[in-house]
Design a protein around this ligand. Structure first.
Ligand code: SF4
Length: 79
């Protein structure tokens, strides 16, 4: 399972931070940061989701009010 985070879209509401600890607050930027992620396009970050974090990652994606977080399973978007 993979996660894609559009940091440009993020408005720093930090619901995702409460759902998965891979998301961290960047108070200075008013944005979340996704730990251990690779920047695949300007301000777009991706990483693998560990098996034991899949539920948390999905909750993080669902909690985002601006749909900045997407979850993919074998290339298909699931959240
Ligand atoms: S929930 Fe969405 S808008 Fe809020 S910090 Fe996380 S990614 Fe950004």
């Amino acid at each position: 399972m993979e996660i894609r985070f559009d940091r440009d879209t993020c408005i720093g509401m930090f619901q995702c931070v409460a759902e998965w600890d891979a998301f961290e607050r960047d108070e200075a930027d008013g944005k979340a940061d996704l730990a251990a992620a690779e920047e695949v396009a300007p301000d777009v970050f991706e990483r693998e989701v560990p098996d034991d974090a899949e539920l948390d990652a999905k909750f993080a994606a669902r909690s985002c009010p601006v749909d900045a977080i997407e979850i993919y399973d074998d290339g298909d978007r699931v959240v």
